[in-house]
Ligand binder design. Structure first.
Ligand code: WT7
Length: 659
């Protein structure tokens, strides 16, 4: 558990209350907290009725009788896509821009709600024609282009289930996700633009389907990169041909609120990523509600930009479902922040007059390193609210973000949540809360958070403990795809059970450490398990260890997340080479090769910053690798307690070697 955030907090004691103007115009008022406190479940029912269109209204709000499997709004029926598109057109807002999209090479498109609706209707007809219907799984492996959104909404419209796989993941990672969910269809693109080059996506799909045993019947290919692709007749179809030939009308059918909406894979503590399952009505309610209230959305006037890739949960909830359910106008950008120059993001904010901007601390820190002159040379005066997500934002970065990007006056909402929570859980509301740098602060209305000690009792401030969600919430995961036991075990086994009065209680264990400060604000302290947070993305140490030992050169591997100024944490690996391999190459060659191997196995985000070749790994007498000690050396600290090691000299040798 890192204590960096507490240390730096000690040096930043300023509070930032909303300006009177901001507070007066804010969409969320203090009455939200009051009504949610009086009746949290009723509060969510009100949000669901107010923010969504129900084909069939619900009478049941929360059914927790089969805990920890929740049902929200179970007898209600809705169509998620109808809520994100058709109803805005029917309400007379068809001309409003849904997406301003900017490609990395500088091409751009602005797409209205009416146009987006038509595209989605055509895509839904195409997919239905390919046999996709309610409950079928469709994999989406795309760059950040509007067609990714069209594909997701077309799948949702049919009551089918999307599984979006981040375009930076390897062919191998894609294959395992396609297989785990038995997807019938893959939607991809020929390529996408990144750092001035086209990266091939279709080739990775071909690789993932190469063994011929896949459940995939068709591959729909969007033309984006104009790069050459291999074609499998009978299986592969061009998106533009199919959409052009399809009917432009499609009537959205209603599905039960608990109809599955998507699966999104995320790393856990074991080697195999888990398919987090989300369903429709509760999820859409909470993402719409939080998108409106946390980001103070005024859909008629705001231009919103969330920089996340659609392949992550942030892209699902706060690029696709939240903003579109709320009828927002948003910017989507395909490429990297520094292409073709390091002012690209600020140039886009100026060009589109972005007013709400949501990004990750790792990006802010990398801009901070480049200096304020770059953002200063653009007009960022349209910005009125900033958001942060993915990892704790250190107060220094918070202040820089507010000053250099926000002109010294914009509120910053630090939002804590997870793939599993589906939507924001802890955040200030910008028109109400006095902001405190370095703290996500308070649960949003309707959410109950506690910090518990190892023994399950509540810890008193300022002691640290483990963060739990104490009541079910609408956007909560509904399970792990195909593995109900792992779902119970991972999230619900640690603190659930009878309370002092013998009443069964359920507490969701998030895997994060946290403490409550003397004002009652929550400060997040990082993961307490073997999950690393690299640039706001989750990777498990075991997943990377498995990738390393899959290389014939490696006998054993241990991976740790070491503190890194730019990326929060960085992957550092320690490997023992097989005896017959040791002489084959230099330590440097082996290290380079293995770094590339991990990138090829999992994806570039998993590429270790360093791979150290060692003769032995520190183990306890029972054979468990002492990652904590390796983390000490990787972070350049003095060695901690080595008394439980079988051979303490191992650590001295490793740490001497690193010095
Ligand atoms: C983990 C979830 C949810 C979107 C992106 C990541 C960390 C996330 C914060 C924050 C401190 C944060 C936690 C969490 N995290 N936001 N504002 N402050 N930590 O989603 O990949 O599911 O990762 O990210 O450790 O458990 P994810």
């Amino acid at each position: 558990m890192s204590t960096n955030s507490i240390d730096s907090l000690l040096h930043e004691t300023r509070r930032f209350p909303p300006t009177p103007e901001f507070a007066a115009n804010a969409v969320a008022g203090a009455e939200l907290y009051e009504s949610a406190k009086a009746d949290p479940v009723g509060f969510w029912a009100d949000q669901a009725r107010e923010l969504l269109h129900w084909h069939k209204p619900f009478t049941s709000v929360l059914d927790w009788s089969d805990a920890p499997f929740a049902k929200w709004f179970a007898d209600g029926e809705l169509n998620v896509t109808y809520n994100c598109l058709d109803r805005h057109v029917l309400a007379g807002n068809g001309e409003r821009i849904a997406i301003h999209w900017e490609g990395e090479p500088g091409d751009s498109r602005s797409i209205s709600y009416a146009e987006l609706t038509e595209q989605v209707k055509r895509a839904a007809n195409v997919m239905a024609g390919l046999g996709i219907g309610q409950g079928d799984r469709v994999a989406v492996y795309m760059p950040v282009i509007p067609e990714a959104v069209v594909a997701m909404l077309a799948i949702a419209r049919l009551g089918a289930v999307h599984s979006v796989v981040f375009g930076g993941f390897s062919s191998e990672s894609l294959r395992s996700r396609i297989d785990d969910a038995s997807a019938k269809l893959v939607v991809t693109a020929d390529g996408g633009w990144r750092k001035g080059k086209v990266f091939p996506l279709k080739a990775a799909v071909d690789g993932a389907l190469a063994n011929g045993t896949s459940t995939v019947k068709n591959v729909l290919v969007v033309r984006r990169g104009e790069n050459e692709v291999q074609w499998t007749e009978g299986r592969d179809l061009w998106w533009h041909d199919e959409l052009a030939a399809a009917d432009a009308e499609h009537e959205a059918q209603a599905f039960e609120a608990e109809n599955p909406l998507f699966i999104l894979y995320t790393s856990g503590t074991t080697g195999k990523p888990k398919g987090i399952l989300h369903s429709s009505g509760g999820y859409l309610t909470q993402v719409a509600s939080t998108h409106k209230n946390v980001f103070d959305l005024h859909p008629e006037t705001d231009v919103y930009w969330c920089t996340a890739d659609v392949g992550w949960i942030t892209g699902h909830s706060y690029v696709v479902y939240g903003p579109l359910a709320n009828g927002a106008t948003q910017l989507m950008y395909e490429g990297t922040p520094d292409t073709p120059h390091s002012g690209r993001w600020w140039e886009l904010i100026e060009k589109y007059k972005v007013s709400i901007f949501y990004t990750a601390p790792t990006a802010i820190r990398s801009f901070m390193k480049l200096g304020r002159q770059i953002p200063q040379s653009f007009d960022l005066s349209s910005l009125r609210l900033l958001g942060s997500v993915g990892e704790p934002i250190n107060p220094e970065a918070w202040i820089w973000y507010r000053d250099a990007i926000g002109g010294g006056s914009t509120p910053i909402v630090d939002t804590w949540w997870q793939t599993e929570t589906g939507a924001i859980m802890i955040s200030a509301l910008p028109g109400i809360t006095a902001l405190k740098p370095g703290s996500a602060q308070v649960p949003i209305p309707g959410i109950k958070i506690d910090i518990l000690g190892e023994d399950g009792t509540r810890v008193d401030p300022p002691n640290g403990g483990l963060l739990v969600v104490s009541e079910p919430w609408p956007a909560m995961l509904r399970g792990i795809w195909g593995d109900p036991d792992r779902y119970r075990e991972t999230y619900w086994s640690r603190f659930s059970g009878p309370d002092s009065e013998g009443k069964e209680t359920w507490k969701y264990f998030a895997g994060d450490g946290a403490h409550v400060d003397s004002d009652g604000d929550i400060v997040l302290l990082g993961r307490v398990d073997d999950v690393m947070n690299i640039s706001g993305h989750r990777l498990s140490t075991q997943e990377i260890e498995s990738a390393l030992v899959s290389h014939p050169m490696v006998a054993e591997a241990a991976v740790v997340g070491a503190a890194d100024e730019a990326t929060g944490q960085a992957v550092v690996a320690f490997v023992i080479l097989r005896a017959d391999q040791e002489a084959a190459q230099t330590v440097e060659e082996a290290s380079t090769l293995l770094r590339a191997h991990v990138a090829q196995q999992i994806g570039a985000i998993a590429r270790p910053r360093q791979v150290f070749v060692v003769a032995e790994l520190p183990k306890t007498r029972s054979g468990k690798i002492m990652r904590r000690l390796l983390q000490d050396v990787a972070e350049g600290r003095e060695l901690g307690d080595t008394t439980t090691l079988t051979d303490a000299s191992v650590m001295t040798i490793i740490s001497d070697r690193l010095k």
